[in-house]
Design a protein around this ligand. Structure first.
Ligand SMILES: O=c1ccn([C@H]2C[C@H](O)[C@@H](CO)O2)c(=O)[nH]1
Ligand SMILES: [Zn+2]
Length: 128
């Protein structure tokens, strides 16, 4: 599946973002290894640390549909900057991906950058 198609799924999710505190709406879309797309938005909370990133929402949707492998993940920012996954999300992505899994960021103005998980999270923690 091409990046543009995944971006469109991420944009649809972004519209649903619940971000009244930061006003920073993010959308994510995962291509699962079952061929399906799982999207998610950030979900904030008045108790700020309880907010959930868009990537985490998309991962939850994927796992809730019995898919546990990310083939690719796309993240759309709300502005002209690329939105790189936070540290916690890098570890959450690593749980369901491998070193060569592609992570693609888009800005609203169409800026695009693709990196590998190993570039975002080298020396990732794991127990094997
Ligand atoms: O990759 C990211 C970075 C930030 N956020 C959210 C968390 C918070 O709701 C808002 C501002 O940090 O953006 C995401 O969803 N994904
Ligand atoms: Zn995050």
């Amino acid at each position: 599946m091409d990046n543009q198609t995944l971006k469109n799924h991420a944009l649809s999710a972004q519209e649903k973002a619940y971000a009244p505190y930061s006003r920073f709406k993010v959308g994510a879309a995962i291509l699962g290894n079952d061929g399906n797309v799982y999207s998610g938005c950030n979900v904030e909370n008045v108790a700020y640390p309880l907010g959930q990133c868009a990537e985490a929402t998309a991962i939850g949707s994927m796992v809730n549909n019995a898919c546990t492998k990310i083939d690719k993940i796309v993240i759309v920012s709300p502005n002209d900057m690329l939105c790189f996954p936070c540290g916690g999300c890098r570890q959450k992505i690593a749980e369901f991906a491998d070193k060569n899994t592609e992570i693609v960021m888009f800005s609203q103005q169409g800026k695009e950058k693709s990196v590998l998980l190993d570039e975002l999270l080298p020396f990732a923690f794991n127990m094997d």
